[in-house]
Design a protein around this ligand. Structure first.
Ligand code: F6P
Length: 508
């Protein structure tokens, strides 16, 4: 019997082996876990995707030796697959199959940039960016969902299979798979972003089609109970369906979809081990030198360059902090790392320009000989470099205006084996439910954010250790293996498992 205990890679593998039987595991996501490209000198290189989704799913695939279906986006991807568009990965230790799906530039533009990221992304993150819905993008979205459905059917073959779909790129996929003959397939989907209330969701002209598509799943997972409740409300007010809130399920057209919260997490132990390595120690030394840190305290923010992350608000709060607290002039440095993302879209270019302008103004206003308050690094950084900053900083700030979970906050906590450092965390992240010992801020309040920055800088060591210890215990327990194990257990009807409905991490 599986009870409440710390899940590990091994216990997840054991669950998969025991419960999957002969069934094949197929994971579907837009972003591929490994991308092949030609480097500047023409050399072939394989890049492993960073980010929560890939980190969470790799161990499941490795344990099940399954198949991962994703969009082949690398310029060398086609040259590295076999005649069935498959390749064994990861390159160093091949243990599962990556099946690449090809899209034309028009399909990628309409489905990924257009419908998913100009439409559904702002629709679900309520940060006051108007979603864009164009019929051509909707058509591309349907077309691409159909292409992926075909790939799932091919990969499943005739045997039983469990299909695990990721995210808002594939609202129509589960129903399409079943309609294409995959009735013997068990299908689950995890929604990695927030689900808004019905009033908001219905502003999408195809909201009913999207919800109906999602109800093709046997299990639908969200990060929090609140997102599940919003989904129930959306279903209830969209069409004829039986919504059983107590039983956490929806019945429509004779088919039942279980809807549950499963707060996603990180591989705590692996993070912790790498963060304490000599490699990270060396990187800390390099950062210290580069930042000419000396006795100065360090503040850090790391994320994708996305308007949902609240980077301009953070900079305004820093500016306000410097104005209100002259005693801190020259005594701290703030490093902002932002990995360019979806740069093709105007909203992303606009927030990038806004950030550049704010930093320029801030450094011009407050900088002086030997002190620039903010260092902006607009590029993707490796894990070792990011962990070094985690360990060096006095405070780490996540002030997302809205975020499904935010794994970056959990990664910071995992890195702090010294029980030091302060996490400033937006109340509008899924992670804030669990990381309740962080300094919680209302992300739309520049004043609150400014006050939290000050509090983080003056907090005494005892208080910092008390808060960090409490957060570390929670993330260690609610790790990514527990997330995956809970979803698979639910899907395979393992009733002995402690399901996430009662999880402290899934609280509203
Ligand atoms: O958090 C939502 C999400 O879509 C993740 O699933 C993904 O890892 C991340 O945003 C990055 O998005 P993209 O794949 O568009 O770069």
């Amino acid at each position: 019997m599986i009870t409440s205990r710390t899940w590990t890679k091994e216990s997840l593998a054991e669950l998969i082996e025991r419960r999957l039987g002969g069934a094949k595991l197929i994971v579907v996501s837009n972003r591929e876990p490994h991308l092949h490209r030609y480097g500047e000198g023409g050399d072939l290189e394989c890049v492993s995707t960073t980010g929560g989704l890939a980190t969470a799913l790799r161990p499941i695939l490795a344990a099940s030796q399954g198949t991962w279906i994703a969009h082949g986006a690398g310029n060398a991807d086609r040259d590295t697959v076999d005649e069935h568009d498959r390749i064994a990965v990861p390159p160093a230790n091949p243990c599962y199959t990556l099946r690449r799906v090809w899209l034309t530039p028009d399909q990628e533009e309409g489905y990924y940039y257009g419908f998913a990221n100009e439409g559904l992304w702002p629709l679900c993150h309520i940060v006051f960016r108007r979603p864009v819905f164009r019929i051509a993008n909707w058509n591309a979205y349907q077309e691409v969902n159909r292409i992926f459905a075909q790939a799932v059917i091919e990969e499943a073959g005739s045997g039983p299979a469990v299909v695990f779909i990721q995210d808002y790129h594939f609202c129509l996929l589960s129903r399409m798979i079943k309609e294409m003959g995959g009735t013997n397939l068990t299908v689950a989907q995890f929604w990695h972003i927030p689900w808004p209330n019905h009033e908001v969701f219905r502003t999408c002209p195809w909201s009913q089609e999207l919800v109906d598509g999602l109800l093709g799943n046997d299990l639908l997972g969200f990060h929090t109970r609140n997102h599940c409740q919003n989904f129930f409300e959306t279903v209830d007010r969209s069409f004829e369906a039986m919504v059983d809130r107590e039983g956490w399920r929806v019945s429509r057209g004779g088919h039942i979809t279980s809807v549950r919260p499963f707060p996603i997490s990180i591989d705590f132990m692996a993070n912790e081990t790498l963060a304490s390595s000599a490699e990270v120690d060396a990187a800390m030394g390099k950062w210290r030198k580069r930042l000419r840190l000396g006795d100065r305290l360090l503040g850090v923010g790391i994320e994708r360059l996305d308007y949902t992350k609240g980077i301009p608000d953070r900079l305004r709060a820093l500016d306000y902090f410097i104005e209100r607290h002259p005693e801190w002039h020259g005594k701290f440095t703030f490093v902002q790392i932002a990995a360019p993302s979806r740069t093709h879209l105007p909203e992303y270019q606009a927030v990038d320009d806004e950030i550049e302008a704010l930093i320029e103004q801030l450094n011009w206003r407050w900088g002086r000989e030997g002190w620039q308050p903010v260092l902006f690094l607009k590029q993707q950084h490796g894990t070792v470099d990011m962990m070094a900053l985690h360990r060096l900083c006095r405070f780490f700030i996540v002030n997302s205006l809205h975020d499904g979970m935010n794994l970056v906050a959990k990664e910071f906590v995992a890195s702090r084996t010294d029980d030091d450092g302060v996490l400033i965390l937006s109340k509008f992240t899924g992670a804030s439910r669990e990381l309740d010992a962080a300094l919680a801020i209302h992300p739309f309040s520049i004043h609150e954010t400014m006050a939290a920055i000050h509090q983080a800088l003056v907090m005494d060591a005892e208080e910092r250790a008390r808060c960090m210890k409490s957060m570390r215990e929670k993330v260690a327990r609610n790790n990514v293996y527990r997330w995956a194990g809970s979803i698979l257990s639910q899907l395979m009807n393992v009733d002995a498992v402690e399901t996430a409905v009662n999880d402290d991490a899934a609280l509203d």
